[in-house]
Design a protein around this ligand. Structure first.
Ligand code: GDP
Length: 298
């Protein structure tokens, strides 16, 4: 099995085959900038981040009198790292007991998988974990979480056809009573049509706060790295409704849209706590701007 870094590289090479090859033996002229612009747009970096990077690159090439394509590529690397660095923020444990995390994301984004990976990650760091099956609209989601919890020795609070906010409230109370370190509240990614997802999520957030002042301490949005520019729309919508504290970007092992992180950094920066680079437990890694850019450009 490849290391996670190799999988990230292999995945991002779909994004960046043009980004890496276009510099090879290239002359520094308008053609090069045009090709670079196309490659960045194709990777879903978006218009604003692409324009920002190209302008900054032209300036740097001029001021530093760069003459080799390899130097230009290196300058691009530096600019990309600068752009993405604000998204890098370590996920800190032990500030609250319980630390209450609410996890949101549209269906299929990788929410359940991420919760499983995170639970294992937290346990590995000596934290006790409680899960709340807050997606009460999908029986399968609840069952999936319950089975997973049993298999992995993680307590799961679930109610059949309950109110998701009530499940979340219960879970927080239960965690306080049991002195659990971390509560993760799963939420629905889609509702029966007449209900409004954002209103439902806001209610869950409010009710968690009634159960424990200051909670939820973390509100994470899980987004599928393959959805490109649509991921940006999700970040905006969920952030407006829920005041996100962080993102988890999944499926970066197989995407051609890795540039979307540049779009997020430029237009709606929310820290990326973790990236998903596969389906296994160990395939959840802290986001590191330098590692990410190196995987993108080599
Ligand atoms: P949910 O509907 O948001 O709960 O999504 P799931 O957790 O069920 O994930 C949807 C699919 O994406 C599943 O087949 C997962 O195995 C897969 N998946 C989740 N995260 C990753 C990842 O980082 N890489 C890859 N390759 N697949 C992932």
């Amino acid at each position: 099995r490849q290391s996670w870094m190799q999988r990230l590289k292999a995945g991002l090479s779909k994004t960046s085959s043009n980004l890496t090859t276009l510099f090879v033996g290239a002359r520094i002229d308008d053609d090069l900038y045009d090709e670079l612009e196309a490659a960045l747009l194709m990777s879903d970096a978006g218009v604003e981040a692409t324009r920002h990077l190209l302008d900054a690159l032209r300036k740097k090439v001029k001021s530093e009198r760069l003459t080799e394509a390899a130097q230009v590529k290196d300058a691009l690397r530096t600019l990309l790292i600068e752009l993405l660095a604000p998204l890098q923020k370590p996920f800190v444990l032990g500030r609250h007991q319980p630390l209450v995390m609410m996890i949101a994301g549209v269906n299929g984004a990788g929410k359940t998988t991420t919760i499983g990976k995170l639970a294992k990650h937290l346990q590995a760091h000596g934290q006790s974990v409680l899960l709340a099956a807050g997606d009460t609209f999908r029986a399968a989601a609840r069952e999936q979480l319950a089975i997973w919890g049993e298999r992995n020795n993680v307590a799961v609070i679930a109610q059949e056809s309950g109110d998701p906010a009530a499940v979340a409230f219960d879970a927080v109370q239960s965690a306080r009573a049991r002195k659990t370190d971390v509560v993760m509240v799963d939420t629905a990614g889609r509702l029966p049509t007449q209900l409004h997802l954002m209103e439902e999520l806001k209610k869950i957030r409010r009710v968690i706060g009634k159960g424990l002042e200051g909670a939820p301490h973390e509100v994470l949005l899980v987004i599928d790295g393959n959805t490109g520019q649509n991921a940006l729309a999700q970040v905006k919508a969920f952030d407006d409704a829920l005041q996100l504290t962080g993102l988890v970007v999944t499926k970066l092992d197989g995407t051609a849209k890795g540039g979307v992180l540049a779009a997020i950094a430029k237009t709606h920066p929310v820290p990326v706590y973790f990236i998903g680079v596969g389906e296994k437990i160990e395939d959840l890694q802290p986001f590191n701007a330098e590692e990410f850019v190196d995987a993108l450009l080599t």
